[in-house]
Ligand binder design. Structure first.
Ligand code: PYL
Length: 280
């Protein structure tokens, strides 16, 4: 999974409101409603005003990313939820969040990012939530159903792999391409029913519906006129030609995945753990 950088995160705060408006324009739903739709939560089932969330900075591994916890907190505040970043990091930060009685606690190390509903012992992770959010955005941007439609997934990593199973469940015909052939082949072995592709340019140029979960740049030369692209991949992949040719490109670096994590963890009717599909 691509590790975010402080540069990726710089200037995200003002964009969170742009993201809300852009999602409304491209999917018909703003950030909170889209997150609820993705997580299968009725918005009315969550008392956003009463919820309290703590984000705990984690110093393990490659350490804290400047701006990460604040960006996460700002995203959650934009949903109408009181949110703080704990003063302490790591275990002391979790102890601070629990002792102050926060309902949901978020924390991320270099490998996993989870939102824990403390009282119910339920958590959702960022990979599942990002896949869920961007699959849902694609479905809505494509008119409300992916049944019988072909979707190309670019990137056979954790988000792309998790999204592939979700798209199959939505009745789509799913093609997957990764620049590393062995990753495409591994996903095809693990997820029966997906169609492996081995020529990136050809796969992109032949598809109108794309979920881009890769960190690579995508040449506009290959983007089809009128393509609808749901793109959680970081960093942003598209050039001017691709933006001019695509009908819609839905992208943000963190907000939609975080919003789905929180509403999923807060869902009073669902006590399932929501985490990525583990591939062999
Ligand atoms: C969750 C993001 C989405 C894409 N890549 C993932 C990433 O960058 N993970 C690392 C997050 C580290 C956070 C650091 C902190 O500031 O608390 N431990």
């Amino acid at each position: 999974m691509t590790r975010l950088t402080a540069d990726n995160l710089d200037g995200f705060f003002p964009k969170i409101h742009y993201l809300d408006g852009y999602l409304e324009e491209t999917t018909g739903l703003g950030l909170r409603a889209l997150a609820c739709e993705a997580a299968g939560v009725a918005e009315a089932d969550i008392d956003f005003d009463a919820l309290s969330v703590a984000v705990v900075p984690v110093t393990s591994g490659k350490g804290v990313i400047r701006g990460f916890s604040e960006t996460v907190a700002e995203t959650i505040r934009s949903l109408g939820i009181d949110t703080v970043v704990t003063d302490a990091c790591d275990v002391a930060g979790v102890a601070e969040a629990v002792s102050h009685g926060f309902d949901i606690v978020l924390m991320a190390d270099d490998d996993r990012f989870i939102a824990v509903d403390r009282k119910r012992g339920v958590f959702s992770d960022n990979v599942w939530s990002t896949a869920r959010g961007y699959v849902t955005a694609l479905r809505l941007a494509a008119g409300g159903s992916l049944e019988g439609m072909t979707v190309l997934i670019i990137g056979a990593g954790r988000v792309g792999g998790t999204a592939s199973t979700m798209l199959l469940e939505e009745g789509a015909r799913v093609e997957v391409v990764d620049i590393r052939r062995e990753k495409t082949e591994r996903l095809a072995r693990n997820v029966p029913g997906i169609v492996p592709r081995f020529d990136l340019a050809a796969a992109i140029s032949e598809n109108l519906l794309i979920l881009n979960a890769s960190p690579g740049k995508i040449s506009g030369r290959n983007v089809r006129e009128g393509a609808i692209i749901s793109s959680p991949g970081v960093p942003y992949a598209f050039d001017g030609e691709g933006e001019a040719k695509a009908k819609k490109i839905i992208h943000d670096i963190l907000g939609l995945g975080v919003a789905v994590m929180v509403v999923s963890a807060a869902n009073p009717r669902d006590s399932h753990i929501r985490e990525e599909i583990k591939l062999g």
